[in-house]
Design a binder for this molecule. Structure first.
Ligand SMILES: C[S@@+](CC[C@H](N)C(=O)[O-])C[C@H]1O[C@@H](n2cnc3c(N)ncnc32)[C@H](O)[C@@H]1O
Length: 195
């Protein structure tokens, strides 16, 4: 029996594209055509696909769900955990992670790995929910993954703010260059770091 709570076909199939994330990649990272980009926690890879097709980037999407590759909308999606990235040091120009870091219990390990594979001078864009109560926005996911709403705080195991994310990221050598709060669609924070 799998101990990976994200080993769910139903969960990856429920994943949807949000074009506002592509707009944030353009506005906040301003990536050059051909730049190497890693997306961490990409689900079916909608944003990975859009970054390839609309921004002409060289993107790999990764997700801990072993069903992600099979259900992916792009052939550039790989099943891989954020805490153990199978890429060389200093490899990517940019890293993008959208509504994923709040799911990762060893979030420091994920930041250590993302920093390791980012080139010096490279940038990391993290988008994560602005929850007034931890787990509030994870109730549907808790039902899909666990059959109950009451594990929503296990799903969103962190209630993050830009200052908390900065405190996690800074010791690994990342410097925050921007953060913002967005209200519409769902309330969320955005942080940008440079290595
Ligand atoms: C809310 S979904 C977001 C998916 C996609 N980024 C999006 O915005 O539509 C969270 C994703 O994080 C993935 N995830 C959870 N823990 C992870 C980990 N440790 N490493 C990589 N991905 C993880 C889940 O499998 C899921 O696909």
């Amino acid at each position: 029996m799998s101990t990976n709570p994200y080993d769910s076909e139903a969960y990856v199939r429920a994943n949807r594209f949000d074009p506002t994330h592509l707009a944030k990649v353009t506005r906040l990272l301003d990536p050059k055509a051909g730049a190497k980009v890693l997306e961490v926690g990409c689900g079916r890879g909608y944003l990975t696909k859009a970054m390839i097709e609309e921004l002409d980037l060289d993107v790999i999407g990764t997700d801990v769900n072993p069903n992600a590759e099979g259900e992916a909308v792009s052939d550039r999606v790989r099943a891989m955990s954020a805490e153990d990235l199978d890429f060389p040091d200093d490899h990517f120009d940019h890293i993008v992670t959208v509504h994923a870091i709040e799911h990762i219990p060893p979030i420091e390990m994920a930041f250590a790995e993302m920093t390791r594979v980012l080139k010096p001078g490279g940038t990391l864009l993290a988008i994560y929910p602005a929850e007034p109560i931890q787990g509030l926005f994870a109730i549907p996911t808790s039902i899909i993954l666990h059959g109950t709403p009451f594990k929503a705080r296990e799903v969103h195991c962190h209630k993050l703010t830009p200052s908390k994310v900065r405190a996690i990221a800074t010791p690994f050598g990342l410097t925050e260059t921007h953060h913002e709060f967005n209200l519409l669609r769902s309330p969320q924070f955005v942080s940008v770091f440079q290595k």
